[in-house]
Design a protein around this ligand. Structure first.
Ligand code: FAD
Length: 441
């Protein structure tokens, strides 16, 4: 009889894993709290299309996506700028979130995945230290493996017993609150920088972007604290004089949401359990993109499951998924949290100086477009180069110390990720997870 697999939540990584496993003969069911046809948000997302092939998915139809344009990064002072020049073969695609979901769901259903909508997952069901099922609004369901794809606040992960050593909570600085909306077009005035990313605008801890599209202006405001519509309206008013196309009416979106921007989970597997996507914090900590990483992780997880000789899905065999995830993705992602944290340590004046003095360059912001591999990241955040840049360009010793401190933490994060225990040994993993987590405290 086919082994039974439950995917809790219809996240991108979960549905992609489900499709590969169903095609390989597993009996896979996804439980999703939203209703059919209502998934996603009313806006577009950007991701690396190469990840689709890795997750054994076709490219979407050509009328469903366009290639993303280069972005202009603006310093807190509002006038120092850096320009992306992403090579054609590295271009990401932009797609409506709803179309992304339709594409992923069709692929999964065609391969035999069953989806139960309107079903809220409440918590895991445990038998000793093994996850054996999920409690839901529709009753209890049991399986040989539970894949947790419920996102950042997954009730499965958050209700696991402490003995499994899986982190439950995200601190305030490890998630970014986003307001995203499309505003109507107020005029046809041509703008110089169509797609601007404002770093620490008005000196606050966060970013904003303003994309002057043909039919609307796409606004994203991200902060490491709560904010409300009064604050959004104030920011929009301040943006309007320099962005004459920005209208007053919200035509799409207009919601507040959260994205994890932190290192991936220190332990993402247990007997009968594996987390993927935002449940395991697989986003790029600097920019919050998580779709491509979820797809790449899906392939790794599915292959680990298929190649499990005993098909027992014990923590020992699932640990291989985590080791491979860190080898291919995690080792590149985790150090980026140290870079993100450096933004908190920098004053807006420090950042202005980085833009104008050559510490940050067009090449650096081009690389942020697509962290495809561990080596891209190491190339970008090459520590000796970072220290060299700092020594050459920084006249301010306080700024220099901040950069050297970050360089040390980046090195420590990279070295710790590379030292992940190759085999599951509870004691060793516990020591490793503590050392890894400490780097980001
Ligand atoms: C505003 C915004 C913009 C973003 N832009 C981009 C972008 O441009 N590019 C990019 O790569 N990434 C982007 N991301 C991040 C990206 O959405 C995620 O990293 C990626 O989708 C992986 O998350 P996930 O699918 O694992 O989790 P989620 O997207 O959180 O999906 C979790 C799923 O589980 C379901 N669920 C949750 N709780 C329960 C429950 N209790 N019971 C049943 N079902 C449940 C949810 O309804 C949802 O369907 C953005 C995120 C946000 C919020």
């Amino acid at each position: 009889m086919a082994k039974k697999i439950i995917v809790a939540g219809l996240g991108h990584g979960g549905i992609a894993t489900a499709a590969i496993l169903a095609e390989s003969g597993y009996d896979v069911t996804v439980y999703e709290m939203k209703s059919e046809g209502t998934l996603g948000y009313d806006w577009t997302d950007i991701f690396d299309p190469k990840a689709l092939k890795i997750a054994e998915m076709d490219m979407p139809d050509e009328d469903k996506f366009e290639y993303k344009e280069d972005m202009t990064f603006v310093a807190p002072n509002g006038f120092s700028k850096l320009y992306q020049h992403v090579p054609e073969k590295e271009l990401e695609i932009k797609m409506e979130r709803k179309d992304i979901y339709d594409h992923f769901i069709k692929n999964a259903v065609d391969k035999g995945v069953k989806i139960v909508y309107d079903c809220e997952v409440q918590k895991p069901i445990m038998l000793g230290n093994r996850v054996v099922g999920i409690r839901t609004s529709n009753g209890d369901f049991f399986a040989d493996l539970i894949i947790d794809s419920c996102g950042m606040n997954s009730p499965v992960r958050r209700n696991l017993p402490k003995s499994l050593m899986i982190e439950k909570e995200v601190t305030r600085k490890q998630k970014i609150t986003i307001f995203r909306a499309f505003y109507n077009k107020a005029s046809d005035v041509e703008v110089d920088d169509k797609f601007k990313v404002l770093i620490r605008p008005e000196g606050v801890e966060g970013i904003s972007w303003i994309a002057s599209e043909d039919e609307h202006t796409d606004i994203l405001i991200g902060r490491f604290e709560e904010f409300d519509m009064d604050e959004v309206n104030r920011i929009i008013e301040n943006l309007r004089p320099t962005n004459p196309r920005l209208g007053t009416e919200i035509v799409r979106g207009g919601q507040f949401v959260e994205i994890p921007v932190r290192h991936p989970l220190s332990v993402m597997v247990a007997d009968g359990y594996a987390a993927i996507g935002d449940s395991a914090f697989m986003t790029v900590p600097l920019i919050g993109s998580g779709i491509a990483n979820s797809l790449k992780a899906a392939r790794i997880l599915a292959e680990t499951v298929i190649n499990d000789p005993a098909q027992a899905f014990s923590v020992e065999t699932l640990w291989k998924y985590q080791v491979l995830f860190y080898k291919h993705l995690g080792t590149g992602l985790a150090p980026l949290e140290c870079v993100k944290n450096l933004m908190f340590k920098f004053t807006p004046e420090d950042l202005d100086y980085c833009f104008s003095s050559g510490i940050l360059t067009d090449y650096n912001v081009t690389m942020t477009a697509n962290f495809g591999s561990f080596f891209d990241v190491i190339d970008f955040f090459d520590v000796p180069d970072l220290i060299n840049k700092a020594k050459q360009s920084v006249a301010d010793p306080v700024l220099l110390m901040k950069m050297i401190g970050a360089g040390n933490r980046i090195s420590a994060a990279t070295a710790t990720c590379l030292a992940i225990p190759r085999k599951w040994d509870r004691k060793l993993v516990e020591i490793w997870a503590k050392a890894y987590t400490k780097i980001f405290e």
